[in-house]
Design a binder for this molecule. Structure first.
Ligand SMILES: N[C@@H](CCC[C@H](N)C(=O)O)C(=O)O
Length: 259
């Protein structure tokens, strides 16, 4: 079969995008998804996203990690999918769509995609870290000298440690740069490596930093290896609401391959 695809990236978190409105993509073929995401033998990406029809909203987002596993929400992937939907002419500058964690609203402003994330009520505090669920599970841990930190090995150890069940967790390491700016590096489960950016992770970090009083800003800058993200929110009765993840999302190239 022939597969037509586009490759997008959002702050260096990169995705193979496929328009599956005709339902022809073999969704249970884990090996195929892994192959398409492979950087040497395939197209290359941290994940693969299908854009599908929805009976009420503009589209449905179906997300797979690069190991071919179906997973929970991907914030950067959601932002890239909004840019892809605009390219396909499905939306103009606003989108309403459904993902694994429910309904999402997004808007395109000044070439940036602002994606509304789920409300977050429960930030769990531990001696060494915080745990936040922002559509995907996130471990948030402060470190010093983050640029020298061994994210891949220490991230993998924590992801497979007794702290988490077999489904694991994404592991974010954080260093504060100023009152409202943090540097973040993330080990992503399902990629089993450090990625250049993680949107649900950046969102989790911003909320964890606010809830532990490291910042009182409600607009937090997160610097990742692949660029800059901004997370804004309101706080009402310990619930983080109107949470928006904002940043660039760009088309890299498109093509087709025979599989
Ligand atoms: N890169 C993503 C997160 C993707 C899901 C994650 N790997 C998981 O399995 O939990 C993002 O931008 O949020």
């Amino acid at each position: 079969m022939q597969i037509n695809f586009f490759k997008y990236q959002g702050t260096g978190n990169d995705f193979v995008m496929i328009d599956n409105r005709n339902n022809t993509f073999p969704k249970n073929n884990t090996k195929l998804i892994e192959f398409l995401c492979d950087r040497r033998f395939g197209i290359g990406g941290d994940g693969l996203i299908l854009l599908e029809n929805h009976d009420k909203y503009d589209f449905t987002m179906v997300y797979y990690n690069s190991d071919g596993s179906t997973s929970t929400m991907c914030g950067n992937g959601g932002r890239c999918l909004v840019a892809f939907a605009k390219q396909l002419g499905i939306i103009d500058n606003e989108a309403h769509f459904e993902a694994s964690d429910g309904y999402h609203y997004a808007k395109i402003e000044n070439n940036l995609i602002a994606l509304q994330m789920i409300d977050v009520t429960d930030v769990k505090h531990f001696d060494t870290h915080e745990f936040v669920y922002t559509g995907s599970p996130h471990h948030v841990q402060m470190v010093k000298d983050i640029q020298q930190f061994d994210v891949k090995n220490i991230g993998a150890k924590l992801r497979y440690s007794d702290l988490y069940d077999e489904s694991g967790c994404n592991i974010n390491f954080v260093e504060q740069l100023d009152a409202d700016t943090f540097s973040v590096r993330t080990y992503e489960r399902g990629v089993e490596d450090e990625t250049f950016s993680c949107g649900t992770g950046a969102t989790g970090v911003a909320i964890a930093m606010h809830s532990t009083y490291k910042t009182d800003a409600k607009r937090v800058n997160i610097n990742v290896l692949g660029g800059k993200l901004t997370i804004s929110f309101d706080v009402e009765n310990n619930t983080y609401k109107n949470v928006f993840l904002t940043g660039p999302a760009e088309l890299v190239f498109g093509g087709s391959l025979e599989v």
